[in-house]
Design a binder for this molecule. Structure first.
Ligand code: NAD
Length: 246
């Protein structure tokens, strides 16, 4: 089956933009979703076969408007990449409820809302879902009560999707990136964290957006037709070491 379309959330920069570009190289048409209007316009500039749609994935009303527009642009949905995310590092006592909710709203509610709204279309196309969690969702740490919990939720949600939607031919998998030098990561990674990651990661470096995108696009392809409900760490080997998160 030729897979010709994809929807990527958080597509205006970082891992989402790299994933969009890789889908385009493979000949897919892509709906790029983001809430940052200026960044989305800049990212879309010069790309062909894309439809940028402004949408905050944490807002049910905006998602309800986005979905028919995306379906109008693509006709059918072969792949959904729930990549939009925010990071806020802090210990439990400094994470007030507003900070907690802000992280949950995008990282967990957003994945649920967009996936649920696109489930009828994904059923029709027997499409694939790839949710972007994090190594912070696999391992506890002293700084990531909201971020880590939201990403552990994404891993659990992926397993629910795989269990429930498999009978419709929908596959759902999860990628846990290790550290990548994006705007999100550089806002929360101190020099101590960066140095500790370099020491702890067996490949001794941060990953690139493209390296994460390669795994995402593979899991969306029919080459992965018997893979569902899985969580794949794309992290230079960090998770396998058992070392704590810096
Ligand atoms: P990034 O900040 O470069 O890109 C994130 C994009 O998502 C931005 O364009 C932003 O505007 C958009 N976005 C955020 N909230 C949104 C919302 N509510 N609605 C719509 N768009 C929204 O970050 P990135 O590093 O490329 O992150 C992509 C994903 O990878 C995130 O889910 C992040 O948690 C995950 N991740 C990143 C790293 C890393 O080290 N960079 C590591 C592990 C996991």
């Amino acid at each position: 089956m030729t897979r010709s379309t994809a929807i990527v959330t958080g597509a205006a920069r970082g891992i989402g933009l790299a994933t969009t570009k890789l889908f385009l190289e493979e000949g897919r048409r892509v709906v790029m979703i983001d809430r940052d209007e200026a960044a989305l316009a800049e990212a879309a500039n010069g790309l062909t076969n894309i439809t940028p749609i402004l949408c905050d994935v944490s807002d049910p009303e905006q998602v309800a408007v986005m979905v028919p527009a995306a379906l109008d642009a693509l006709g059918h949905v072969d792949a959904l990449v729930n990549n939009a995310g925010v990071a806020d590092f802090g210990p439990i006592e400094q994470t007030d409820f507003e900070r907690w909710r802000t992280v949950m709203a995008t990282n967990l509610d957003g994945v649920f809302l967009v996936s649920q709204s696109l489930t009828p279309a994904l059923k029709q196309a027997k499409g694939a879902i790839v949710n972007i969690a994090s190594i912070s969702g696999l391992r506890a740490s002293t700084l990531r009560v909201a971020y880590g919990t939201s990403k552990a939720g994404v891993i659990a949600l992926t397993e629910q999707q795989a269990a429930e939607l498999g009978e419709y031919g929908i596959r759902a998998n999860c990628i846990c990136p290790g550290p990548v030098r994006t705007k999100l990561a550089m806002a929360v990674h101190t020099k101590e964290i960066i140095d500790a990651y370099h020491d702890a990661i067996p490949l001794n470096r941060y990953g690139t957006e493209r390296e994460i995108a390669e795994a995402i696009v593979f899991l969306c392809s029919d080459k992965a037709s018997y893979i569902t409900g899985q969580t794949l760490a794309v992290d230079g080997g960090f998770e396998s070491t058992g070392v704590g998160l810096p």
